[in-house]
Design a protein around this ligand. Structure first.
Ligand SMILES: Cc1cc2nc3c(=O)[nH]c(=O)nc-3n(C[C@H](O)[C@H](O)[C@H](O)COP(=O)(O)OP(=O)(O)OC[C@H]3O[C@@H](n4cnc5c(N)ncnc54)[C@H](O)[C@@H]3O)c2cc1C
Length: 430
């Protein structure tokens, strides 16, 4: 009886999972496998991942299967499990980062050596990364033409979850780490939770997105971590959104995600090397000013609020990511890689293409067609947090200041106790 190993990666769901759906339809036996790789375990995303894996295991068990869990190198373990179960094929979802592609390359080589079929399936993005190319280039460098081409591209159909998953007999499923009793971050992991949030968002949040998405005290869809781990399918999310009126602004943001994935696919060094080298830039390195930025003690309230939100919640509003990013790179002139590393450590949605693509955009080395633009933090704060609700929430030292001073505590006639948390030079001010 034919057996297929389905190697899960950043596609931790049973709905709209092309490899799992086809394997369950075609093979007598299917081994859903996840390999915990200590080499890439990110401390602050660990709780979300473990919650997600428990949820996936329970969904697969409900369908008669299980999530088989191993530890080590995913390519080696997948081949080992294929050997144990006499599987003839290993299928997986394709990914874009250079790390993921090196792993895919190793797995492809190991499969060739053992005469196993190896196949990669779409699903991490709505439109596969290399599917759209402009005339005369291997990828889109500017968003608007990409958006036009992306919007006109037919999408693959959304797939239902498999009804039954038939596991080979006698296979040890392996242990999953228990979820932490005090998990980090503002959202809990798992496809079940992701789908609940997606449905609620499409029903109740989406319609007001266009008018409110830059209000920093409010919440946007908060689906980014679910998209990062694949608890939610981006294709299904776009389909659901497109069935509603006024979804264009939201779908456009999801297109930005695909946009950066195709940039990262074509330019694998996106995380380390300037996408558009700029001879006029001489970055400062990591030092006291960067430390103050990371801790949220720069003395600029909107910047400090954002950096503290990140530390507390593992998430930050997109507008504030832009403000703190512009402040680090354009005002302090600190290398964008310092920002990338800090965000990558703390964000629950920390994701190579989106994190690095956006940082390079903000720094003026990436896909922004106006690389010299600078966001004035004070003006941004007055516009997107007009009554100071956001700043008061994350910088309680400023909670009792009136609205007209909350973004400019230095104008207060009476000194504000405890803020800025330590005396800083004027160069850190807005
Ligand atoms: C400096 C910087 C770093 C960032 N790092 C990341 C990161 O590591 N991971 C990440 O997922 N997003 C990143 N973003 C993009 C964006 O801030 C987040 O996707 C968004 O805030 C997540 O919240 P949400 O799901 O509520 O977004 P919503 O506003 O509800 O948007 C829906 C979805 O669209 C996508 N999206 C929205 N804005 C962007 C964008 N600018 N670029 C790419 N995709 C977008 C995301 O998948 C998001 O979940 C970064 C932005 C900046 C400026």
């Amino acid at each position: 009886m034919d057996t297929i190993v389905v190697l899960f990666n950043r596609d931790l769901r049973v709905h709209d999972h092309p490899a799992l759906a086809e394997a369950c339809a075609r093979a007598g036996r299917v081994v859903p496998l996840f390999v915990l790789d200590p080499a890439i375990e990110a401390r602050h995303r660990r709780d979300f991942l473990h919650e997600t894996l428990h949820d996936l295991r329970s969904s697969l068990r409900t369908r008669g299967g299980d999530l088989v869990v191993r530890r080590g190198d995913p390519a080696e373990e997948a081949v080992r499990v294929a050997g144990e179960t006499s599987a003839t094929r290993i299928w997986a979802g394709g990914d874009v980062s250079s790390l993921a592609r090196r792993r895919e390359g190793r797995l492809a080589g190991a499969c060739r050596a053992r005469r196993l079929e190896f196949r990669l399936f779409p699903g991490v993005t709505v439109v596969p990364p290399a599917a759209l190319t402009p005339s005369g280039g291997d990828h889109y460098r500017v968003f608007t033409p990409y958006w036009r081409a992306w919007s006109a591209t037919p999408r693959r159909p959304v797939l239902g979850p498999p009804e039954r998953v038939r596991l080979p007999d006698g296979l040890d499923p392996g242990d999953l780490p228990e979820p932490s009793s005090e998990p980090f971050g503002v959202v809990r992991g798992g496809e079940t939770e992701g789908r609940r949030r997606m449905a609620e968002w499409v029903d109740a949040g989406l319609a007001r997105y266009a008018g409110t998405r830059d209000h920093v005290a409010g919440r946007t869809s908060m689906l980014s971590a679910y998209l990062h781990f694949g608890c939610v399918s981006p294709t299904e999310l776009v389909e659901l959104a497109c069935a509603r009126p006024d979804a264009e602004d939201y779908v456009r943001q999801l297109c930005w995600r695909d946009f950066y994935y195709q940039v990262a696919y074509a330019f694998p060094d996106l995380g380390r090397r300037d996408y558009r080298p700029r001879a006029d830039l001489d970055w400062a390195g990591d030092g006291d000013a960067a430390a103050a930025w990371r801790e949220g003690v720069t003395g600029v309230p909107i910047v400090d609020a954002g950096m503290r939100q990140l530390r507390r919640e593992g998430w930050m509003h997109n507008r504030v990511r832009l403000i703190v990013g512009s402040y680090l790179t354009k005002r302090l002139r600190i290398d964008w890689r310092v920002g990338v590393d800090h965000f990558a450590e703390l964000l629950l949605d920390g994701d190579m293409p989106n994190n690095c693509g956006n940082w390079q955009w903000v720094a003026g080395t990436g896909n922004d067609t106006r690389p010299y633009r600078t966001l004035n933090p004070l003006r941004q704060a007055r516009r997107f947090d007009p009554d100071g609700e956001y700043v008061r929430r994350y910088v309680p030292e400023l909670a009792s200041l009136p609205d007209d001073l909350v973004h400019e505590p230095w104008r207060s006639p009476a000194p504000v106790r405890g803020y800025p948390p330590r005396p800083l030079g004027g160069e850190l001010r807005a």
